[in-house]
Design a protein around this ligand. Sequence first.
Ligand code: AMP
Length: 187
Amino acid sequence: MKYYILFGPPGAGKGTQAAAIAEKFHLCHVSTGELLRAEISAGTELGQRAAALINDGKLVPDEVVEGMIASRFATVKDVDGFLLDGFPRTLQQAEALDELLDEDAEMVTAVISIMIPDTMIFERIRGRAVKEGRADDASAAIIQNRIDTYHAQTEPLIAYYKARGKYREVDGAGSIEKVRDEIFKIL
Ligand code: AMP
């Protein structure tokens, strides 16, 4: 099985690119953000607890998202692999993922990182807020919290995966098609 990680700051275009990649390479796209938003819409207890954190631009606890990923790996069949979007986001999650895959003698295949500068994050998320109506896209303060969270907790993963020879980066500032073609070339 292939295990790809789609990495990058909020607004880099991970969700936009994921569908085309998953289809072309017969992968199951797993977005922890989407799974959490589904829990919120369904009004579950988990969703209610997660909503406060998400709407403040903070991360939900590692165990919550690790459990979501483990249950996907256990239940989804008939694919050539997984495309993880928005996971892992902390070093603990990255280590938990390595351990989970190791149990099945598997490992992360590659990390595809879509990079955009902080200045572009605001523009992109503002544009998306109009189309998707996400509560955590609504205010500049929440967006700033997500950018800060990304730099503090998620960015260290770049060094983690570089040290393991898994890290590949594309420039996310171009058009959707250009970024997609660059990702296809890597894969
Ligand atoms: P996303 O759709 O990937 O931008 O995720 C939206 C929000 O869900 C994030 O800002 C976090 O609050 C939460 N979230 C998504 N994925 C994770 C994760 N791997 N770890 C912790 N929180 C997450």
